[in-house]
Ligand binder design. Structure first.
Ligand code: FRU
Length: 346
């Protein structure tokens, strides 16, 4: 049977092609129009409601202070913690707004992100740089634009910044070295997995460690740059294990590195033959690993996140801030980890 086409009720609206479908619940042209009318009325209503709600909302703080936070990567737990510390500290100040950027461990990207903050005219920049030398110029550019810069953890070259906050990496490296001398009774074969050597913590921790073991019978039989990364540390440790049948201790410039080395040694059934020492002392990482007997010692490296916000608030209020703020460190080892470790002194 031929089905006659129905006439459209409204010019502009196509007639339904299959009138038989109408019986099965497809809307008629009339109901299309009705639906359209209801929809637009609703849209109008919600629109009004929205603007009404907006006008009734608490106004954005007049004196909002925008902080651009340039993080070099969020692939390492210590940096996730640093951002979290900044966020938690900033949450106490309603007029502070922090915009976070993650350079994904790419120096060029971090340079670009700082330049972007400058173009956006943020009120202050906090930067935790990936590398020392390349991040010096973008920080200078921000300073020249009148934007105060707080440098966190890894240094840039020179002193063209507003405030630097970090620990004394040489002192931490030295304390680790002294601990190692004592643990090995001044004698033994050590693998040193250094942090990225284009960064100041990498360089300083290495220098401190070298100074502390100088004049002892401790031999560094294998030394390499694991770039702060557990995966690289594990690979380097595999080479060290292949080459050296007798290793007494692994000193890694961070806990992730020490953990990577431990995993390599454990896979070869050799983890019990040696000690593992790292740096960072995050509760969920290094400290937990000391408790579990994976690491023998870790040295705390505070993130400085809360201090950065404290200084940013002072700058916002027009107060002077110190040029350099040095944060303390603690050692966590088996004997003191349950009591919260102990401050290090050299
Ligand atoms: C994270 C990290 C930490 C280390 C710090 C040094 O990126 O490698 O483990 O203590 O950076 O800058």
């Amino acid at each position: 049977m031929k089905i006659p086409r129905r006439q459209s009720l409204t010019p502009g609206l196509p007639p339904p092609a299959r009138p038989d479908l109408l019986r099965h619940g497809l809307p008629s042209a009339r109901s299309w129009i009705l639906a359209a009318l209801v929809a637009s009325a609703l849209a109008l209503h919600t629109g009004c409601k929205k603007s009404g709600a907006e006008s009734g909302a608490a106004p954005a703080p007049q004196n909002q202070f925008v902080i651009g936070m340039s993080q070099c990567n969020l692939g390492e737990p210590w940096r996730v913690q640093q951002d979290a510390d900044i966020k938690a500290a900033a949450a106490k100040y309603p007029d502070l707004k922090v915009v976070f950027k993650d350079a994904q461990n790419d120096t060029l990207r971090q340079i670009y992100e700082i330049e972007e903050f400058v173009r956006q005219k943020v009120n202050l920049i906090i930067v935790s740089p990936k590398e020392t030398q390349p991040l010096t110029a973008p920080v200078a550019q921000a300073m020249a634009a009148g934007i105060p810069v707080i440098v966190l953890d890894r240094r840039i070259l020179g002193t063209n910044y507003t405030c630097f906050i970090g620990s004394d990496n040489k002192q931490i490296g030295y304390a680790a070295g002294k601990w190692i001398v004592q643990a090995l009774h001044g004698k033994g074969n050590v693998v040193e997995l250094m942090g990225l050597m284009t960064t100041t913590p990498g360089q300083q921790r290495h220098l401190g460690f070298r100074e502390a073991i100088a004049g002892t019978d401790i031999q560094v039989i294998f030394r390499s740059d694991m770039q702060w990364l557990q995966s690289v540390a594990r690979m380097e440790m595999e080479s060290a294990l292949d080459r050296f049948p007798h290793i007494d201790l692994v000193f890694a410039a961070n806990d992730d590195g020490a953990h990577g080395a431990y995993l390599a040694a454990q896979a070869e059934g050799r983890a019990k033959d040696m000690l593992f020492v790292g740096i960072d002392g995050l509760p969920q990482e290094g400290v937990a690993w000391v408790k579990q007997g994976i690491l023998n010692a870790t040295f705390q490296y505070p993130t400085g996140g809360a201090e950065a916000i404290a200084q940013a608030v002072k700058i916002h209020q027009g107060e002077q801030v110190p040029k350099d703020i040095v944060l303390g460190s603690r050692i966590f080892e088996k004997s003191n980890v349950d009591q919260g470790g102990q401050p290090i002194q050299n």
